[in-house]
Design a protein around this ligand. Structure first.
Ligand SMILES: Nc1ncnc2c1ncn2[C@@H]1O[C@H](COP(=O)(O)OP(=O)(O)OP(=O)(O)O)[C@@H](O)[C@H]1O
Ligand SMILES: [Mg+2]
Length: 312
């Protein structure tokens, strides 16, 4: 991480403003609809993705491991939330994390960009490497790390600022070089929002619809050009049309970024991800494999029971 800039105290405090809500609505009851994977067998053509029986089959875009987790254990005070998590997340493509509420999915995402550092009760043990460097090494600056690992939450959380300033925010506080107008436009284009907001960049981000606000948050997360994009149930607060837009967007973002997404919606995991990790109660990673394998022929009986709705 030799290319990282030294962080000032000011940027430390403002960085925590970028992600003010660590887990705005962890219960996420709204998306616990019955979404068994039957729809995974319904073939649907979506932008740029060849699908077989509803599964994302863009295998060719998935690369070598960019994130390597080794024996990650996390406790909140005395309560263990994750147990011995070891997994390699491939570069580019989409890795989905599924599992029942409370099994540690959000906790694991927050291990990747060290957001758990911001929770007093949290203690993380183990190694987690990003591009070969353990992010828990003492010489790693968490703020610089979060520039490389962007995050989008369940509830869209734009700042009470203009659309432009929302996207430019991370650029300013992280002193990103370059033409900010151009970077903002590019980020909004990649987030599939430019056409809807190009004439109103000075208006407040809060005036956008929920789906637009979530795309604005995605633009804000990708503007500093991260390597990894973490998404914690990014569509669960949105209607079906906005959800479909976000799914299409994830598809196109995965050509450039490594996307790690938590979802309760198993159809969504089946549609958009290349790899799926199944966490179960007790904070265990029970199975991690190609998405099609997980949904069609999992090795583990508990995974099969979860996927087929026998519990969870
Ligand atoms: N800030 C916190 N302080 C104390 N305990 C926490 C905190 N955040 C999470 N936990 C606990 O850690 C465990 C895992 O929580 P986590 O939010 O990671 O689960 P999850 O799989 O994301 O659940 P959901 O699907 O409901 O979002 C739970 O038992 C939860 O109560
Ligand atoms: Mg969660």
């Amino acid at each position: 991480m030799t290319d990282e800039t030294v962080t000032t105290d000011e940027s430390v405090s403002t960085e925590s403003e970028i992600t003010p809500e660590i887990d705005p609505d962890p219960a996420s009851a709204s998306d616990l609809e019955s979404d068994q994977p039957s729809a995974a067998t319904t073939s649907t053509d979506r932008n740029g993705t060849t699908e077989s029986a509803g599964f994302n089959t863009t295998e060719s875009s998935v690369g070598e491991a960019i994130i390597e987790a080794r024996d990650i254990n996390v406790w909140y005070d005395d309560v263990q939330a994750l147990t011995d998590i070891t997994m390699d997340i491939p570069e580019q493509g989409v890795t989905a994390m599924i599992g029942p509420s409370g099994c540690g999915k959000s906790t694991f995402l927050r291990c990747i960009n060290r957001m758990n550092d911001l929770i007093d009760a949290a203690r993380v043990d183990g190694d987690l490497s990003l591009a070969g460097k353990n992010v828990y090494d003492s010489d790693v600056d968490p703020v610089a790390l979060r520039r490389r690992v962007g995050m989008v939450f369940q509830k869209p959380n734009p700042f009470p600022k203009s659309i432009y300033d929302n996207v430019a925010y991370g650029l300013k506080i992280q002193d990103v070089d370059g033409d900010h107008d151009e970077i903002v436009e590019n980020a909004l284009r990649k987030a599939a929002l430019w056409d809807e907001v190009s004439g109103r960049l000075d208006e407040s981000g809060l005036e956008l619809s929920g789906g637009q606000q979530q795309r604005l948050c995605i633009a804000r997360a990708i503007a500093p050009d991260p390597e990894v994009l973490l998404m914690d149930e990014p569509a669960s607060a949105l209607d079906p049309v906005a959800t479909s837009q976000i799914e299409d967007l994830i598809d196109s973002l995965a050509e450039e970024y490594t996307v790690v997404i938590v979802t309760h919606n198993m159809q969504q995991a089946a549609r958009i991800s290349d790899k799926t990790a199944v966490f179960l109660t007790g904070g265990e990673l029970v199975e991690f494999d190609d998405t099609q394998k997980i949904f069609e022929n999992p090795d583990n009986q508990r995974v099969e029971d979860y996927i087929t709705g026998k519990f969870g």
